[in-house]
Design a protein around this ligand. Structure first.
Ligand code: GLU
Length: 272
């Protein structure tokens, strides 16, 4: 089977060195196996997504010497999220939740890698509620329906999927027809991604994606969660805080191929 990898940035800010590392990782993995490297712009979050960031992404990748095949942006795939949501509804695995962030935060908190765990206050609700609501996955029910699911990570090996620590995650947002979890799972399947490569900060989310693949009967890829590039204080880079954007470096005339070579040679400090 041909190796297919992807880089899937969200155009809500400029890319930084960590993204460059991630894109190079995915690109090189595909190239090593004579496969395909895809670029998918994850612009589902309309109000926060801006075309000029996506344009910068393409210029940055080119500057780094990468070649890719671009697949349709997430914003063009909304119908497919609705179809898969319907499938989850038919399986009776979703329930509406109109809790506000503030209400959830006022309950005894439990932080997880992907945010505050939802305590399940709306679980078991009938499908008709008034006003705006999100749809959450009844994780216990989904796990019972799926049976035992295993996923494999290049470094960590074989792992039993257990997303319970994240609580009943949002599948359809109040304001959008999908959450990150649903969109990325459906898109990776549709794009034929065989190897999902991304930062170690998304390791935990893979438990959720593996469960969704099982209940939605989608193909199961292999995962590679790579270490994150850290700043001088040992903190991971972020679009909003501590990281000079790649396009500033590019526009300042830095050598992109040289930077890519340094990233490949491991000349930046990496977390575990
Ligand atoms: N759009 C996500 C991000 O920019 C990609 C996450 C993933 O690779 O699954 O963080």
């Amino acid at each position: 089977m041909k190796t297919v990898t992807r880089f899937a940035p969200s155009p809500n800010g400029n890319l930084h060195l960590g993204h460059a590392f991630s894109a190079i990782y995915a690109h090189d993995l595909a190239r090593e196996h004579g496969g395909e490297f895809l670029l998918r712009i994850e612009d589902i979050d309309g109000p926060r997504s801006r075309r000029e960031f996506a344009d910068n992404f393409r210029r940055d990748l080119e500057w780094l010497g990468l070649e890719w095949l671009e697949v349709p942006n997430q914003s063009t795939r909304l119908d497919s999220y609705t179809q898969y949501t319907q499938k989850l509804m038919d399986l009776d695995l979703l329930y509406p939740c109109d809790c506000t962030r503030r209400e959830i935060q006022s309950l005894p908190p439990r932080m997880t890698e992907t945010g505050i765990e939802y305590p399940g206050s709306s679980r078991g609700r009938a499908h008709k509620v008034k006003g705006d609501f999100a749809l959450r996955l009844d994780v216990d029910k989904a796990m019972a329906a799926a049976g035992e699911c295993v996923w494999t990570d290049e470094q960590a090996g074989s792992i039993l999927a257990d997303p319970r620590e994240f609580g009943d995650v949002v599948i359809v947002r109040k304001d959008l027809p999908a959450s990150y979890h649903l969109a990325v799972t459906v898109d990776d399947a549709h794009d034929g991604v065989t190897d999902v490569t991304r930062g170690a900060d998304l390791f935990g989310a893979t438990h959720i994606h593996r469960l969704l693949q099982a209940v939605l009967e989608l193909p199961v890829p292999h995962w590679h969660h790579h270490a994150l590039i850290l700043d001088g204080k040992g903190e991971k880079l972020s679009k909003s805080r501590n990281s000079p954007p790649l396009n500033d470096r590019r526009e300042a005339g830095e050598d992109g191929l040289g930077l890519a070579a340094k990233l490949r040679a491991g000349q930046f400090s990496l977390g575990t």
